[in-house]
Structure formats: structure tokens, C-alpha cells
Design a protein around this ligand. Structure first.
Ligand SMILES: [Fe+2]
Ligand SMILES: [Fe+2]
Length: 331
């Protein structure tokens, strides 16, 4: 398993050029067509009933966030300026404090666009991995659920693409940390390792990030889309956790070791997944100081809390944190 974070080595794809990769995968037919686990069947039925349409179910005419509208009335602008100076989570960071108002404003827009782009890249990863789960999962109930997830993830990519193209004239490439995590998931030939990486770790983080974004955002279009996406993501993480929990109990100890190491490496990358380091660089900030400040303040501290308060305990319940690795999780 390799976790490559070298951004000069394919981690930043060329815009407009597809990036090809080799994908080993052990597939499975299920010729029994058995009923499978009733919990998976129920989630599949829910997926069919709760399907939505990014074109019809989002009010795309709603006004965007005032924070991203430079032509707002002067009264609104002064309220935003007051927030940027007195309430922003970055107000305690000296390089931010020294910025002129217009640059503080631009920083928030870039940070937002960076995050939404990473959400979109993560959704594309989920689209590809759910298609692989459809092939690799050994039972039909899981294949049917994975097929419904493929359709969900397609709509998630569609929503974020429409949202970005409607509101912002620029985009960010996939971050080196997210790309390394996606590459490691794609490189595994085992469906359950892909599931641990995507459904348990990345989608667990997505759930936490989307919930934070819904509560912090003032953009009605983004909120509507995220709320619909959150409903789907809860199904994906529920399915993933219960399906892999049953499967892991059937593995021999040496097979478990591979899963344990993968989960520890993935969590080490996930820890800083949401830090918009390229935006810090664009602002001319000292990257190390900005990352340290971000880890300890505002939404990034909430994100860390979600990672260590939800996902790590789930990995422990799955039996993926043996004593030999507990020090790595304490780091
Ligand atoms: Fe998704
Ligand atoms: Fe998902």
C-alpha cells in the first residue's frame, strides 16, 4: 500500500486531461440471488425512494452568500467587514490581521472555493469506489446498494459542479493529501479495504464536514444541496460500517494486519485533509504557522474533533486499532 503525497508526481492533475490509472480488483458474482442482510435491503429501498434531482430539487435562483458578493449594498458590506475583523476564526492570526479588508474578503472566498472543490473531488472518488464495490462485494444485497450509491455519488458530483460553475470563475485541483488517500484506495485489489477507506474514513469525514458547512454557511443553495447530500451520505456510512463489520470477523489475523495498517495510514492523512494549504500559500502566509493555527482554531478544530470523536472510535469497534498501533492514533 503506498500513500504518495508528492504533488509533483501526478497529485495535481492537468485540468481538462483525464488521468488514467491501473485498477486491480478482485470481483465476485453472486449466483445464489439470496435475500441477503435485511438491513442492506432496507437501505437500498430507502435509496430508491429518496432519490432527488440536482436540477429540480434545488432553488438555483436563490441569492448566494453575501460573503461572496462584492457588489452588495454598503450596509451589508460594513456588517461583513465587522465580521471579518471581529468574529472571524482567523482574527487571532497575525498575518490575517495585517491584511487589507479586500484581501480578507478574498481569502474567505478562496478558502470556500478550495473546500467545495475538494468536496467535489472526494465525490468523484466515491463515485469510482462505489462502482468498484458493486463489482467486488460478494453478496447481491451489497451490489444492489452499491449500485444505488453510484447513482447518489453521480448527483453529488453534479451538484458541486453546478454550484461551483454558477458562482465562481476559478477552481482548485485535488489536494495532495486527498489524492494520496484516493490513490491508496484505488490501488487496493480488496473491496473491503476500499470500503474502509471510502465509506468509513472519507465519507465519515464528509459527513462531519458537510454538517459543519450547513451550520456555518449563509448560502441557501449550498445548504439545500448539502442537506440532500447528507441524507445520502448517512445511508452510505451506515451500510459500509455494518457490511464490513460482519466481513472483518471472517478474516485471518494476517489479513487483519493489512487492514489495520491501511486504516492507520489513512487516518494520518485524513487528519489534515481539510487544511486549505494552497490558499495559505496564495496569501503569502507562513504555511507551518497557518496550519498550526488552523488546527487549533475555529472550524478546523471542530473537524479534528469529528475525526477523533467519531471515526477513530468506529475503527476501534471494527477491531482495526490493535495495541501495536495505539500510539500512532495518540500522536
Ligand atoms: Fe457523496
Ligand atoms: Fe457517499
Amino acid at each position: 500500500m503506498s500513500f504518495n503525497q508528492d504533488s509533483s508526481n501526478g497529485a495535481t492533475p492537468d485540468h481538462g486531461t483525464p488521468e488514467h490509472f491501473f485498477m486491480p480488483l478482485i470481483g465476485a458474482y453472486d449466483w445464489l440471488y439470496g435475500q441477503g442482510d435485511v438491513r442492506n435491503t432496507r437501505l437500498y429501498e430507502l435509496a430508491k425512494n429518496l432519490s432527488w434531482d440536482a436540477d429540480k430539487d434545488i432553488d438555483w435562483q436563490a441569492a448566494g452568500s453575501p460573503l461572496f458578493n462584492r457588489d452588495m449594498p454598503a450596509t451589508q458590506r460594513s456588517a461583513i467587514d465587522a465580521w471579518l475583523n471581529d468574529s472571524s476564526p482567523w482574527r487571532g492570526f497575525e498575518p490575517y490581521r495585517r491584511m487589507p479588508q479586500a484581501e480578507k474578503f478574498a481569502f474567505y472566498q478562496r478558502e470556500h472555493v478550495w473546500h467545495i472543490n475538494q468536496f467535489r473531488h472526494g465525490e468523484q472518488g466515491a463515485l469510482l469506489v462505489s462502482a468498484q464495490l458493486c463489482v467486488g462485494a460478494p453478496t447481491l444485497d451489497a451490489k444492489l446498494f452499491a449500485a444505488s450509491q453510484v447513482s447518489d455519488e453521480a448527483r453529488h458530483v453534479e451538484f458541486f459542479t453546478k454550484y461551483l460553475q454558477r458562482s465562481f470563475p476559478y477552481a482548485y485541483p485535488v489536494s495532495a493529501r486527498l489524492k494520496a488517500l484516493l490513490d491508496a484506495i484505488m490501488a487496493s485489489s480488496q473491496w473491503d479495504i476500499k470500503l474502509i477507506g471510502m465509506q468509513v474514513i472519507i465519507e465519515g469525514l464528509a459527513l462531519a464536514s458537510f454538517r459543519i458547512a450547513v451550520s456555518e454557511s449563509h448560502d441557501p443553495v449550498l445548504k439545500q444541496g448539502l442537506q440532500l447530500i447528507l441524507r445520502d451520505e448517512s445511508r452510505h456510512t451506515n451500510f459500509g460500517f455494518q457490511y464490513v463489520q460482519d466481513f472483518l470477523t471472517t478474516l485471518a489475523p494476517h489479513d487483519m494486519t493489512e487492514r489495520e495498517d491501511f486504516a492507520a495510514d489513512a487516518c494520518a492523512l485524513a487528519r489534515d485533509l481539510m487544511l486549505p494549504t494552497p490558499v495559505f500559500t496564495q496569501c503569502g502566509w507562513p504555511v507551518g504557522a497557518a496550519e498550526t493555527y488552523a488546527r487549533e482554531n475555529g472550524v478546523y478544530a471542530k473537524f479534528h474533533h469529528a475525526l477523533f470523536g467519531i471515526i477513530v472510535p468506529e475503527l476501534a469497534v471494527l477491531g482495526l486499532i490493535p495495541e501495536r498501533l495505539s500510539a500512532r492514533y495518540r500522536e
